[in-house]
Design a protein around this ligand. Structure first.
Ligand SMILES: [Zn+2]
Length: 136
């Protein structure tokens, strides 16, 4: 998965070479700088995620979260890469629900935008009271 790439550059002639070498293969200089960098294969799920939550303390504990927004990469079987970008908004204040799922390149796979009360009428979303127990 994560691949660490190490490379060296020669301080004298600027040649790039594999860091297993201790001197420049071109000019023999020992003035070399080692670089360590991660390749493109860094797992997507550690990329930045955006999360926002708002609570209304006047409401009973289970209904406290009145606003929730999430954006980020999630694991998914539906794309070749195994990851999707997901954006989800649950807004109890304005009665809004939005979910956008896109593949790695930003191509939208699933887009759902409706009033939250209507969305919660859907079968799988009915158990909304249990949301507070879900692991994050
Ligand atoms: Zn050199």
């Amino acid at each position: 998965m994560t691949k660490i790439l190490s490379k060296s550059t020669c301080d004298d002639c600027g040649k790039e070479f594999d860091s297993t070498e201790n001197s420049c293969p071109k000019c023999g200089s020992k003035n070399i700088t080692k670089h360590i960098c991660f390749t493109e294969n860094v797992p997507l799920n550690i990329r930045d995620r955006v999360k926002a939550k708002a609570k209304d303390d006047t409401l009973p504990s289970k209904k406290k979260v009145v606003f929730e927004y999430r954006q980020g990469f999630e694991e998914s079987q539906s794309t070749e890469s195994g990851y999707v970008q997901k954006e989800r908004l649950i807004d109890h204040i304005n009665d809004k629900y939005k979910e956008v799922v896109a593949d790695e390149d930003g191509k939208v796979i699933h887009h759902c935008e409706e009033s939250l009360s209507k969305h919660q009428g859907h079968g799988s979303a009915k158990k909304s009271n249990d949301n507070s127990h879900k692991p994050d």
